[in-house]
Design a protein around this ligand. Sequence first.
Ligand SMILES: Nc1nc2c(ncn2[C@@H]2O[C@H](COP(=O)(O)OP(=O)(O)OP(=O)(O)O)[C@@H](O)[C@H]2O)c(=O)[nH]1
Ligand SMILES: [Mg+2]
Length: 232
Amino acid sequence: MYAGKRVCVVIPAWNEEEPISATIKDFQTKEVDDVIVIDNNSTDNTAKVANAAGATVIHEPIQGYGAAIRRGLREALDRGYDLVIITEADQTFRGLDVPRLLREIRTRHFAVGTRTATPYLEEGANMGLFLVVGNIAVAKLLGLLHGYTPLTDVGCTLRVIRREMLEAILPELNAEGASFSPQMIVKVLRYGGKMKEIPVHYLTRVGEAKITTSKVKAFRNGLQMIKVILNL
Ligand SMILES: Nc1nc2c(ncn2[C@@H]2O[C@H](COP(=O)(O)OP(=O)(O)OP(=O)(O)O)[C@@H](O)[C@H]2O)c(=O)[nH]1
Ligand SMILES: [Mg+2]
């Protein structure tokens, strides 16, 4: 509970048996009522390990980050949560940023982290110059077009959204993969939502990367994000 509101954390996970347990425990903060893991056909012990760590585990048969995250957000609404936090399974984000994000959403609809303009970047985190410049450039495009110019990151999945805003935008969230993250920001702004971006911790990934696996893939993700931002 946070300020009388029920809080859950949604984590999409595909073959993350190595980092998932520590991630769940880190996000079981005093404000968080439940951690919901969306297991997406993992062939390892992700579901078993997540269950043992105290998470609610839901199986989503349609493969892909988009399908998994949509299922998680739908489950969060169906279970009656007021504030829904999203994070990753890979230990890159920290539960200690949860109260900081929640503080921002007290007077807003949406709060999101930034990994490019943050003093909390760990040496070894996957946020080299290429990704920093790419994220800032695409964020500026999004900010200028949709009305939140301070934005400095489009790929930070650590975020929190209010139930009413999530109910409004969820039917319109159709992006797959990495472009889901900027699409969510675009939709919040289109609905006139008040938002805030804050610096968050970003650490070295534990386990195997699934989305930002190479510069070529990161570049393709960037193009896909621009399409979503331009509504093409
Ligand atoms: N359910 C599901 N989750 C996925 C899928 N692909 C990625 N994920 C999860 O989505 C989150 C983000 O994927 P990552 O591999 O961490 O991608 P990234 O953050 O862009 O890159 P790195 O952290 O540098 O590897 C992780 O929790 C993954 O387990 C998928 O097909 N299905
Ligand atoms: Mg990751």
